[in-house]
Ligand binder design. Sequence first.
Ligand code: 3HC
Ligand code: NAI
Length: 709
Amino acid sequence: MTLSSAPDAAATVQHASRGGVLVVTIDHAPVNAIDGAVRRGLIDAIEAADADASVRAVLIVGAGRNFIAGADIREFGKPAVPPSLPEVCNRIEACGKPVVAAIHGAALGGGLEVALASHYRIAVEGAKLGLPEVQLGLLPGAGGTQRTARLIGARAALSLMLSGRHAGAQEALRLGLVDRVGQSDDVFAEGLAYAHELIATKAAPRRTKHARGLADKEAGAAAIAAARAETQKKSRGLLSPLKIVDCVEAALQLPFDEGLRFERERFVECRESPQRAGLVHAFFAERETQKSPETRVAQPRALNTIGVIGGGTMGAGIAVALLDSGLAVKMIERDEASLERGRAHIEKVYDALIAKERITHETKERALSRFEGATNYDALADADLVIEAVFEDMEVKKAVFAQLDRVCKPGAVLATNTSYLDIDEIAASISRPQDVLGLHFFSPANIMKLLEVVVPPRVLPDVVATGFELAKKLKKVAVRAGVCDGFIGNRMLAVYRAAADQLMEDGASPYQIDRAVRDFGFPMGPYQVIDLAGGDIGWAARKRRAATRDPDARYVRIGDMLCERGWFGQKTGRGYYRYDDGARIGQPDAEVEAIIEAERKRAGVEPRTFSDEQIVRRYLAAMINEGANIVHEGIAQRPLDVDATLMHGFGFPRHRGGPMHYADTVGLANVLADIRAFAKDDPLFWRASPLLVDLVERGADFASLNRTA
Ligand code: 3HC
Ligand code: NAI
């Protein structure tokens, strides 16, 4: 027997009676996200259960790999389609027959809220329960803040909702989120058996709104006060975390229905906020970037043994990333001493994690058991993929690739981690250019999420697909980039740093620029980043480019002047900031300000005052304009690839969605007007991107290019 009203509701939520249990199956690929049809279907199912005297219990399950992944994120920002999810959850909770939720895979956000509105819950191993709304700029808006706090207490509920983390089945049992964990992984059989047991024991509906988790008011208030204090410190500038705390306070202080109303109002505020739009854009961008033209048509090659050439900063970090994902690594260095240093680099990373009690000695030993070092390239004869991370020098790299060409098996993928060099030139120097691509990691490579997969013209699609497959194994966000000086990320970095340097020479102090950029939401300002990474890196790149630099282009020498003094940043105790006695946090340096002042005089610049807002506008305009050029030239496939790059490699605040999404929210016409105004000072630097001009003329935005690509 299948009953339902609207046809799409019937298709996505099926219900059928099985011996007195109405089995309600949400079947909405790929992840059973809750859209209007699912909401309607759930209400229909509960109505049917209440109306049918032969139904004695209800079982809600998900088809496919998940229970329910949450509300359908694609509906946010569009007109609301009734019924609302709070209504659905209230209707489930009000059902006159016991309702069981049987959970496998994801029960996240609205999915967990449906389970919490059910009367009994069972999970099987592999289940993931969580309220990750905070990661999308939201709060649980279908009774989640009120029911979770009542069910498991304020402290545990706040910890789940403020982190957005997933709890496994056993933890969910411990927390009291579920009543039991199934013996098998057959979620349907486990759920059905539970429902029959409830019928046999004449169990009545048990409503979470009556749960007693907040009975100890004092403990609840203390948990709320602690969470509020920590959130104020940690979630600077974010809207939803503090509102989550407020909602739990409402759960403690107000009757359930009033608490629900309080929650709904805050949820709607969050849902309508630009932060929600930015974070949802980030969510989809991260998934879209994984799809490239090559992954659509080609299968990846095998990935078991990976070679890494060079055990310096990057080689060691890449090796750790590979080892951490269970791969076997063979590292090649120039000589035994360098190899020993490489191995020591790797050990240092693990030892630091042991010191912080993040991993055990055994984990380190297990990882290192997959590591081998050699000074002879013959060790790479069976490598499936080799990542070169030697000095940034074309001749050194070509020599390494000649060795790889000699020893590697046919079909081995040969990758370079070069930051700037022409990968096509490297590929052309060996007999198998079709197997060569760029895999550009970011430092520290075992931590930074971004991996630029750089695609030179001659590479085969399955080689590119292998790069994306590696990123998946390493849990990195892969972004496809074309070959140019700096690819996507470093090319943009060079331009927005130049904009910052010009602001500095024109009158802003590096400390004001850093502060303005931090206040926008970056974790660090550009000069703090330079001091952390080492000023010498950029200095070397500037020297390399000196010969090809447009002689008419404005060049700010302040960074070079600091480097000439040996002030490379933290590692030398001085850079833009002073790091006295090994301090990690720098202090403004009056001598640096004097150098800047003298340089302004030499360059004939009359210093101006900039507000923080003016600083951010110039900084962002430079970023957006270069991003547009990069899309225009096809180096990035879509604006969203630029967004993912800046968010995962350069600290662009996620709640602003990346520079291109941010530009859409500001309005492209406004960005273009800014660029044209800045061009009055320096027309060469502030040349509007043809793509930006075209979009403004057509009244279009960057998002339109994401949709059509
Ligand atoms: N809405 C719409 N689409 C969703 C979705 C959602 N909630 N969750 C996942 N998807 C889509 C993805 O975009 C992707 O689409 P694509 O194939 O077209 O690229 C597809 O489902 C598969 O997703 P993943 O690639 O992420 O698959 P995984 O198997 O790696 O992960 C997952 C599955 C753990 C469920 C992960 O997708 C996830 O974390 N989803 C988001 C969960 C979430 O944030 N839920 C809360 C939503 S807000 C809410 O519920 C508000 C409520 O309180 C009122
Ligand atoms: P590094 O100087 O720390 O390490 C280079 C290592 O390569 C040294 O250990 C050296 O002994 C080894 N080496 C040199 N020639 C070799 C050869 N012929 N055979 C074997 N080993 C050899 O340099 P780093 O910073 O690790 O950079 C490596 C590459 O990664 C460069 O191309 C760089 O542009 C790129 N890169 C660097 C980033 C960074 O932040 N440091 C970020 C992303 C890419």
